[in-house]
Design a protein around this ligand. Structure first.
Ligand code: SF4
Length: 173
């Protein structure tokens, strides 16, 4: 088993202390650097960097970044959800490492959506009904895969479909 134990740290965003969602760091007791390119191959990381080594990917609207000694997860409901995702991720990391001889490692990032392609489909009213402070922030969150075509309540139906089609190219929807 590559990853055995970690210590969880839960905190709120310093930029938006009133936000209901929480963020989580898991400080790892083992160095898991060697599994990162295999994890990137298995989970289709949206961002892979060699120096410093890390891989970022999205699962169920959560953005997760795995470093050799730390995992960061954003936009969580609460500590219970963080615990559930970390246990799942620990299983994926260890399973990937067990099978790494059969996996072709990947050192590439998957192409990203363009922020302005998303922004031009949004109403740009900054109404905050999506719980983001501006449409620009919403677009940035959509690039990350955290927001999707159903998360802006005021978008026109035609643009909602266009947004769905655009984001689906990047496997976010
Ligand atoms: S709900 Fe839609 S229009 Fe309103 S701020 Fe969010 S993205 Fe912009």
């Amino acid at each position: 088993m590559l990853l055995k134990t970690f210590t969880k740290e839960i905190f709120r965003s310093k930029c938006m202390p009133s936000a209901e969602s929480v963020h989580c760091f898991a400080h790892l007791d083992e160095d898991i650097q060697d599994v990162l390119p295999y994890l990137n191959a298995e989970l289709g990381g949206s961002s892979y960097t060699k120096e410093p080594p890390s891989v970022t990917f999205k699962v169920h609207g959560k953005l997760m970044t795995v470093h050799p000694r730390k995992i960061a997860i954003n936009a969580l409901k609460d500590e219970k959800e963080a615990e559930k995702i970390l246990i799942w991720l620990k299983g994926i990391i260890n399973d990937t490492w067990d099978r790494h001889d059969e996996i072709e490692p990947s050192y590439e990032s998957v192409p990203q959506p363009v922020l302005f392609e998303i922004l031009k489909l949004l109403p740009k009213s900054n109404c905050r009904e999506c719980n983001e402070p501006t449409c620009m922030v919403f677009a940035a969150r959509a690039v990350e895969g955290v927001k999707g075509h159903n998360d802006c309540p005021t978008i026109e139906a035609e643009n909602r479909e266009k947004l769905k089609k655009y984001l689906s190219q990047f496997h976010f929807e």
